[in-house]
Design a protein around this ligand. Structure first.
Ligand code: SF4
Length: 380
């Protein structure tokens, strides 16, 4: 095999080979494929053709500040928001922050692939079931794909060195950068001066002197900078997503162990009280009207809905997960409805149930009386 040419398409690398008398072109895209955008990497940015960057935007203070700092350096910023269903940030706030700063905004969804990361994270969990390092790698990898797609020069985040115990330590930040395929292309503007210079800094696309040197858990420097930049509206920092919550983590673990049918079912883990009836059935009892409605919105077509037959009686909505439940299973779950209502000490009441897919298959079941220890054993 003979190398024919090696054109200068840095940092994308293109090689040509003669193989069995056929010309074989191999394009190995590392960060940036010139062919995608028809804009050579060497082209100097100008007012007409500014440097493009992708920034992760949560609507929180740090990512808002980072976006503002980068935008003020004349960069064309594309904000990417990850729709994390067990929310540590709010999409409307993120969109509002992007609008206020004047940057573009796109939303990327997490999906079943993310659940497999939660099930078996390469770098382990944080305080509960939060795979923060793997989570960041996943998000950064996907944002890097978007970066390549639009021909951006680098990705940036609002991370601050040492702010979070798991994902914002120096060694973790380095590992995340490497495993996301972003070596040299991941800029952390709020603490960049404490980290090695990135490629856009080395190439003079970004002025390192205009970047910052924040570190640690104190929020004071960020608040001071927000004042300086007249940023007044932002999400208060959250402790993390629901995966950091032990109760939520138990429900997630149960779901991953016993199986789920689609991603939406895991979104609904944030609402209601959850009970494992057996290997095949699980019941969720809404705690208020908002949760009752949310459970119905996120129900699977094979689930069953259960409520008091007597419409004059106020009680929770119960969603029974699992296919073709027996009368025995139905009367046990009916007992949960009565137990979590003001009629828990009354004689067993009638409960209506029907499959989500067909309300015409409605039937009535008598609730079974459940004692506290039985309920405690089922509680997830
Ligand atoms: S707290 Fe949740 S969303 Fe944030 S990095 Fe960790 S796992 Fe990901």
């Amino acid at each position: 095999m003979q190398a024919l040419f090696e054109p200068k398409l840095t940092p994308g690398v293109s090689l040509g080979f003669l193989e069995n008398n056929r010309l074989v072109l191999r394009l190995k895209i590392i960060y940036y494929c010139d062919a995608m955008t028809n804009q050579p990497h060497s082209q100097q940015p100008s007012e007409k053709n500014p440097v493009k960057a992708v920034g992760l935007i949560s609507g929180g203070l740090d990512s808002t500040l980072a976006a503002k700092v980068v935008k003020d350096l004349g960069v064309d910023v594309h904000g990417v928001y990850f729709a994390m269903p067990w929310g540590c940030c709010d999409k409307a706030m993120a969109q509002a922050a992007a609008d206020r700063i004047g940057i573009k905004f796109i939303v990327l969804q997490l999906d079943e692939h993310y659940l497999e990361i939660v099930r078996n994270p390469k770098h382990g969990y944080g305080t509960a079931m939060n795979p923060c390092i793997d989570c960041r790698i996943h998000m950064f990898t996907r944002a890097a794909q978007y970066m390549k797609h639009i021909g951006a020069e680098f990705l940036f985040t609002g991370e601050v060195l040492g702010q979070r115990p798991m994902s914002q330590q120096r060694h973790s930040m380095k590992r995340i950068e490497k495993e996301s395929g972003l070596e040299g292309r991941l800029l952390r503007p709020l603490c960049a001066q404490l980290l090695p210079p990135t490629i856009p800094e080395q190439e003079g696309l970004i002025d390192r002197n205009k970047l910052l040197n924040m570190s640690g858990r104190s929020r004071r420097p960020q608040i001071q900078l927000a004042n300086d930049l007249t940023i007044t509206e932002y999400n208060q920092p959250a402790g993390g997503c629901l995966l950091t919550d032990r109760n939520f983590a138990s429900r997630m673990r149960d779901t991953l162990n016993y199986g789920y049918r689609n991603f939406r079912e895991t979104i609904a883990l944030q609402w209601g009280r959850h009970f494992r009836i057996n290997d095949k059935f699980k019941a969720i009892v809404g705690r208020d009207q908002r949760e009752n409605d949310a459970l119905l919105r996120y129900a699977h077509c094979d689930d069953h809905v259960m409520i008091f037959a007597d419409k004059a009686k106020a009680g929770p909505t119960l969603l029974l997960k699992g296919e073709a439940p027996s009368d025995d299973i139905l009367s046990t779950t009916a007992g949960l409805i009565q137990q979590f209502s003001k009629y828990k000490d009354d004689a067993p009441l009638e409960i209506e149930c029907w499959p989500v897919s067909d309300r015409n298959q409605k039937r009535t079941i008598i609730a079974r009386k459940l004692d506290a220890s039985e309920i405690g054993k089922m509680y997830i």
